[in-house]
Ligand binder design. Structure first.
Ligand code: NAI
Length: 288
């Protein structure tokens, strides 16, 4: 008998995204196995889930019993072998190809043959990551947005050898998670959202470099003129200025196109340690 259970989702990496996806899956009724390198990281992820649900309770949107049931569905572990019974593992560790490939190779050895391994990578090649496994038909991208409990979209991304069945399963699980999945039919850098967003960031920075407008006014123009909830500078600070630059560098490398060259003022900001809200300052200062 096959012990793979489609209702058991493994999440590898308990950071911003992994912790959020684990929470989302538990809220949606899945059994969750959450892995990270140490207990401190895992405890922090559980604390964040608790904090978010306490807010929901205080707003009357959740009961204590529902919170307890949600948390009871999450098992934390530092033993990757615990993933063995998961039907799907979603990887959300650091954005580094070699680190991800090593993780996929380990998971490939641990998981049942028909389990699917998905990566939450923001921009890397699904095909390159899948190469580390012997189940390339059962590897795909499953790209959530931050915070995953709230953002509706999931990009389900095909690697070169991803099977139709894998795509259909991930679309269906995404819907079970309450999301609106779209299929990205080809493994292309940045998929859809980041491919559209990154040139907008670059153009916004260039406008400021050219002295055409201040970051505040570019943000105001974009929010009021395009009806976006956040302008490009606010959004970069929110997501991490360094993450935006990594994606630009990756696009530049892949496409060999100056359109994606990271602007100098962005590099200066990062060298000064202003990485966005997480460091207290990015394009804007949050200390004052
Ligand atoms: P994060 O830094 O908050 O969490 C990454 C976690 O991976 C950490 O808890 C770390 O301990 C763990 N990890 C496990 N094995 C590791 C190893 N060998 N080396 C280093 N760390 C290891 O990162 P975040 O922001 O959650 O991103 C995770 C993935 O999700 C990345 O691929 C990122 O590109 C992607 N992503 C991030 C979004 C965001 O807004 N932060 C949005 C969508 C995708």
């Amino acid at each position: 008998m096959n012990i793979v259970d489609k209702r058991v989702i493994g999440i590898v990496g308990a950071g911003t995204m992994g912790g959020g996806i684990a929470h989302l899956a538990a809220l949606s009724g899945f059994t969750v196995i959450l892995w990270d390198l140490n207990e401190t990281l895992l405890n922090k992820a559980i604390d964040r889930m608790n904090g978010m649900m306490n807010k929901s309770i205080s707003k009357g949107k959740m009961t204590e019993a529902e919170k307890d049931e949600t948390l009871a569905r999450v098992t934390t572990t530092t033993e990757l072998g615990q993933m063995e019974r998961a039907g799907l593992v979603i990887e959300a560790i650091v954005e580094d190809l070699d680190v991800k490939k090593e993780m996929f190779s380990r998971l490939d050895d641990i998981l049942q043959p028909d389990a699917i391994i998905a990566t939450n990578t923001s921009s890397m090649s699904i095909t390159a990551i899948a190469e580390a496994t012997k189940r390339q038909d059962r590897v795909a991208g499953m790209h959530f947005f931050n915070p995953p409990q709230i953002m509706k979209l999931v990009e389900v991304v095909r690697g070169y050898k991803t099977s139709d069945d894998t795509v259909a399963t991930l679309m269906s699980i995404s819907r079970d998670l309450g999301k609106e999945p779209i299929e990205v039919k080809k493994d292309s850098p940045g998929f859809i959202v980041n491919r559209v967003m990154i040139p907008q960031f670059i153009e916004a920075i260039r406008l400021v470099e050219e002295g055409v407008a201040s970051p505040e006014d570019v943000d105001k123009a974009v929010t009021l003129g395009l009806n976006y909830p956040m302008g490009p500078f606010t959004l970069q600070d929110f997501a991490g200025v360094d993450i935006g630059m990594h994606v630009m560098d990756y696009f530049y490398e892949e496409f060999k196109d100056d359109r994606f060259a990271a602007p100098l003022s962005l590099k200066r900001l990062i060298r000064a340690g202003r990485l966005g809200k997480k460091t207290g300052a990015g394009w804007y200062d949050y200390n004052s």
